[in-house]
Structure formats: structure tokens, C-alpha cells
Write a protein of this length. Sequence first.
Length: 212
Amino acid sequence: MCGFYKFAHIDGRIPYNPAQYVRRPMVHPSEGRWLDRGELARFLFTAERVDRQHAGLAVLRGLNGLRVTDACETNSADLGFDRGPRTLRIVGKASKPALIPLVPRTARAIDLAAGDRRGGPILVRQDGQRLDPRTAHRWVRSIGKQAGIGDVHPRMLRAAFTRAALDAGVPLRDVQIAARHADPRTTTIYDRRRENFDRQAAYVVVAFVAGT
């Protein structure tokens, strides 16, 4: 219902969002469905086969972990280079500026999405207007279905990025910075390594004490 009122307000159907300040129950990430490594790879592959705009959205979300609003608000003029790597300057959550390094696959997809445009938005809808979060949601769901993954929500891509980084062994602090989490506890939520009993501190403590 909160999403229904949000988009009704965005589309101008209602003068204000009556559910804007509703406190919704928190759902722990482990209780939801997330994309694994293979599903994320299949999602990206499928997006690249749809068109350049879908591919641009997919890599920004799945390979750089941008929030959906950040991806929609990217501009061609914000692309650049910083001592070699391709970069993208954004203004993220809470109006915090950030300089995002783009891996080669993301950089290629973004350059193709931007095309010959030297200004204005990078990601655009079929009508040429800037991509909006509502349309981005539809694109993500469509890609997920075409990839045979099922119903994919945009937040699942950001979570997949965070989990893939942690599973690959990237230090928690570096993942926190890449995901732009203000609190490291937010990043820890996505760390499936906590569920590995072989890594529990109790086993290390037992071995340590026994060696005295």
C-alpha cells in the first residue's frame, strides 16, 4: 500500500502521499529472496541483450551497487576519469556526493547508454525522458522474467552486489564504502559468512584455551 500511494503521488493522481510517514515493519534480509552469483550473472547477460538502457541500469545496480534513485539521476556530464579509472559522480542518499569508480564492463555499458549525448541523463525511457524509479522497477522485473529468475525487485540487485563482494572476500570496511552504508552494521546484515558455523569464534576460543 505504501508503494501504491507513493507512485500515485509521483504520477500526480493524488495531492500528497498519506503513507509517507508510515512506519513499516523491518524485514531481515535473510528472510527474503536474494540473487546468488549465477542469477546475478544471468540477469546482467539478459539485460545486455535487451538494449543499452536496460544494460546501463543493470550494471549500475548489480556491479556498482547504486541505489535506484542514484542510477536514474546520473548525467552524462558527470562521467570522467580519475588517475586512469572511469568514474561517475553522483549525489547519493542524504545529498552526499560520491565519486564512483566504474569497472570496465560498467563503463562500456554506460558509454553505450549515453551515446552521443554530452549532457542530460544517461538513462532514458523510450520517449527520451529521464528514467524514473517506477519505470526502472518495471525494467528490472521484465529482465528478471526474461532471464528465467522470476520476480526480481530492484533492491535485490544492490543486495546481490553487497553479498557478492563479501562472498568474494572483500573486507567488510571496503564493502561498506562501496555500498555507501553509513553504519557498518548495515553491511554486516548481508554477510552470509556469519552463518558458517566453522568460522564461529567459539571454536577458535576452544583451540586457543586448549593450547595454554
